[in-house]
Design a protein. Structure first.
Length: 265
């Protein structure tokens, strides 16, 4: 007794072949393949040998064994690979955005802390507690820098090699927004300096207002510098080659060496 009619469609699907493709490979008609799978006919012995070679299986698997259709086909495996690739892309994209926001946020906190300190002094506070807000901002910034750096290092160790996620159009689209954002941020810094000069001239005889003017300068400067850092770091995520070079350095410094897998293609 043969299990040929049961095994043939299973092995064909595992190989990712349609009846038409298999028929072309064997130089027979699609109807012949359909009759084999329905059990109406059997191929000749020479065709069986060719069939086993095309399907990358043994004659026993083709004729005798009772195969179960429990192994994913090539198309199913490719679908799983694509799903894993997309999940990795989402993880990388979100991680790089969070990392950029963490570093930019730390810089902004330090600038804002200086602004708060100067504002409190301008309000007439003479207590030593006036430096507490600045110290809290600096402490929070240090936490963000360390947390962001460790998280980024761990991500690089876990994912040292990445496929090319971004289409050229995606990078080009961000570069347009990047140039606009950089122009706005730099213009804000220049305008901030101009505003400080103007307010200094206006309030040159009013120490309190001078201090508030300087505090305002640091608030605006912190926002603008933070935006510059964020935009620059987000832009870097599109340079996957540079990311992988840095990841290799991180792994080597941690004694992990080169990754075992070449990465997803």
């Amino acid at each position: 007794m043969t299990n040929f009619s049961n095994n043939l469609p299973i092995l064909r699907r595992r190989a990712g072949y349609t009846q038409e493709y298999l028929a072309e490979a064997l130089e027979v008609s699609r109807q012949a393949v359909s009759k084999w799978e329905s059990g109406a006919t059997l191929p000749e012995a020479a065709t069986l040998l060719t069939l086993a070679e095309v399907l990358d299986c043994t004659l026993d698997q083709l004729m005798r064994e009772e195969l179960a259709d429990d192994i994913p086909s090539r198309a199913e495996r490719q679908a799983v690979d694509e799903e894993a690739r997309f999940a990795l892309f989402v993880a990388y994209d979100r991680h790089m955005d969070r990392y950029a926001l963490t570093v930019a946020g730390g810089v902004m906190l330090i600038m804002f802390g200086l602004g708060l300190l100067i504002s409190l002094v301008g309000m007439g506070s003479t207590s030593g507690l006036v430096v507490v807000p600045l110290l809290l901002c600096v402490a929070a910034a240090v936490f963000l820098f360390i947390f962001g750096g460790v998280s980024h290092s761990d991500f690089q160790k876990a994912h040292p090699v990445l496929p090319e996620f971004y289409a050229p159009e995606a990078a080009a689209g961000f570069n347009r927004a990047f140039r606009i954002g950089m122009a706005v941020s730099v213009s804000a810094i220049v305008a901030d300096v101009a505003l400080l000069v103007m307010l200094t001239a206006i309030f040159r005889h009013d120490e309190t207002m001078l201090l508030f003017s300087v505090a305002l300068f640091f608030f605006i400067l912190g926002a603008a510098v933070g935006a510059l850092i964020f935009l620059g770091m987000v832009q870097s995520k599109y340079n996957l080659k540079k990311y992988m070079e840095n990841a290799a350095i991180v792994r080597q410094s941690a004694g992990l060496g080169a990754p075992d897998e070449p990465g997803m293609k």
